[in-house]
Design a protein around this ligand. Structure first.
Ligand SMILES: Cc1cc2nc3c(=O)[nH]c(=O)nc-3n(C[C@H](O)[C@H](O)[C@H](O)COP(=O)(O)OP(=O)(O)OC[C@H]3O[C@@H](n4cnc5c(N)ncnc54)[C@H](O)[C@@H]3O)c2cc1C
Length: 391
């Protein structure tokens, strides 16, 4: 006889289900219209809405209570991200940044004064903090970044250029990855917090991306921007520790993918039961049934990989678990949203049905936060127990 297999390993608790339901109710009742508006204007959700999210208990839920958060787990945070992102990733963006964004690096590594200034403000919805890591010549090869932070009497002077920062221009603060001192490689990389309005900081034109409407992206220029010493969040030599927090961001990335794919799936599932061709609903065609089953299998598998990565504790996910969840969710989100469009025929391609938006949005996540192939290299490293030099 086969041993009994536990099916309850990833079951949500009653409290988690109630958080999920509250987020679903809020997102479905309040955010659908605003999501449509954002899709046409490309303007990010405004501070008034963010504060409403905060009052309703949806921001910074995994930030410590001491700092204005709710002190819940990373899993609970991602349940909320998913519910908001089922409506649109643009409305989910402030939630995402408040639970898996650079704020978590700040919570873990910043000095007390900086934490006291930034963490409660994020939890109240007053500010969003974005990650400024990539540069024109430092994408996958992030450790080639050239933005410098040079020591002065009062702090550091930043010079350089960032690219692809999600939130650039509208986020109120930036965690800027930079190089302190001479030399190349990872050893002298640091992270410094800078306010949007800081002298010496300016933005290029907003990028026009395939998706991600309402989540701005632009180059950021630092021209002798002097920041106080207390704004140094991560000192040189700690990039490894810093990247461990980034594993959580990867799980947020995977959750955005899952939500895009799930939303496209739900829309197409309803559609194929209504749409008739050859005198019967198209769901009666076996080819459509196979696609539905394939989509559903991938969604549930992606969800389990995310749950596995974040578990139910406060511990940060491992590189293996987060790369696996991100990589798989990145790939299946492109596939599932594409299949959803296909089984809806011309209607899948029409903006009004919202499936093509999920495809456009889903696509970007397989580049953001480290491309799919880099995640696969991380996984191979895990399998053989050593890092592979890319140089
Ligand atoms: C929607 C979106 C949001 C983003 N948000 C942010 C953000 O908020 N903050 C931020 O700092 N950055 C952000 N980025 C930037 C993102 O992190 C980079 O685009 C990403 O790391 C890849 O860098 P790249 O675009 O320079 O591509 P490249 O590094 O030039 O890579 C291009 C391709 O080359 C191949 N490749 C490169 N190196 C290797 C290798 N070693 N092995 C195998 N194949 C390889 C891969 O196929 C890869 O897809 C965002 C990007 C997008 C698209």
């Amino acid at each position: 006889m086969l041993p009994e297999v536990s099916t309850g390993l990833f079951d949500l608790s009653a409290d988690q289900i109630s958080i999920q339901s509250a987020a679903r109710k809020f997102a479905q009742q309040e955010l659908i219209a605003i999501a449509d508006e954002i899709e046409s204007t490309s303007l990010p959700i405004n501070v008034g809405w963010r504060q409403k999210y905060a009052r309703s208990g949806f921001l910074g839920v995994n930030i410590g209570e001491r700092w204005g958060g709710i002190g819940l787990s990373n899993l609970e945070a991602l349940l909320i991200v998913k519910e908001f992102a089922l409506v649109s990733q643009a409305v989910a963006w402030p939630v995402f940044e408040s639970v898996v964004g650079p704020i978590k690096i700040i919570e873990k590594f910043a000095g007390e004064d900086l934490k006291a200034r930034l963490l409660p403000a994020v939890c109240r919805g007053e500010i969003v903090i974005a990650a400024a890591m990539s540069e024109p010549d430092a994408g996958s090869a992030l450790t080639d970044l050239r933005t410098t932070a040079v020591k002065t009497q009062n702090g550091y002077v930043l010079n350089g250029q960032k690219r692809w920062c999600s939130g650039a221009g509208h986020a109120e603060g930036y965690l800027v990855f930079c190089r302190m001192g001479d030399g190349r490689g990872r050893d002298n990389i640091a992270a410094i917090y800078v306010d949007r309005d800081h002298p010496g900081l300016s933005f290029g034109q907003q990028e026009s991306l395939m998706g991600f409407r309402g989540i701005g992206s632009a180059d950021i220029f630092f021209d002798n921007a002097e920041v106080p010493e207390s704004h140094v969040v991560v000192s040189p030599g700690s990039i490894g520790r810093l990247m461990s927090v980034f594993n959580l961001e990867r799980c947020g990335n995977a959750t955005m993918c899952l939500a895009n794919a799930e939303a496209a799936f739900q829309i197409s599932l309803a559609y194929v039961q209504e749409r008739k061709q050859f005198g019967k609903p198209i769901v009666d065609f076996q080819a459509v049934q196979m696609r539905l089953a394939d989509m559903y299998m991938r969604l549930r598998a992606a969800e389990l990989l995310i749950y596995r990565a974040v578990g139910s504790s406060d511990a940060l996910p491992t590189a293996e678990a987060s790369s696996l969840a991100k990589c798989y969710a990145n790939e299946i989100a492109r596939e599932v949203t594409s299949n959803a469009m296909q089984i809806m025929g011309g209607y899948g391609y029409a903006r009004a049905y919202g499936v093509e938006r999920r495809h456009r949005d889903a696509w970007g996540w397989g580049v953001a936060g480290g491309v799919i192939d880099i995640q696969k290299i991380n996984l191979a490293s895990h399998l053989v127990g050593r890092r592979f030099s890319q140089r």
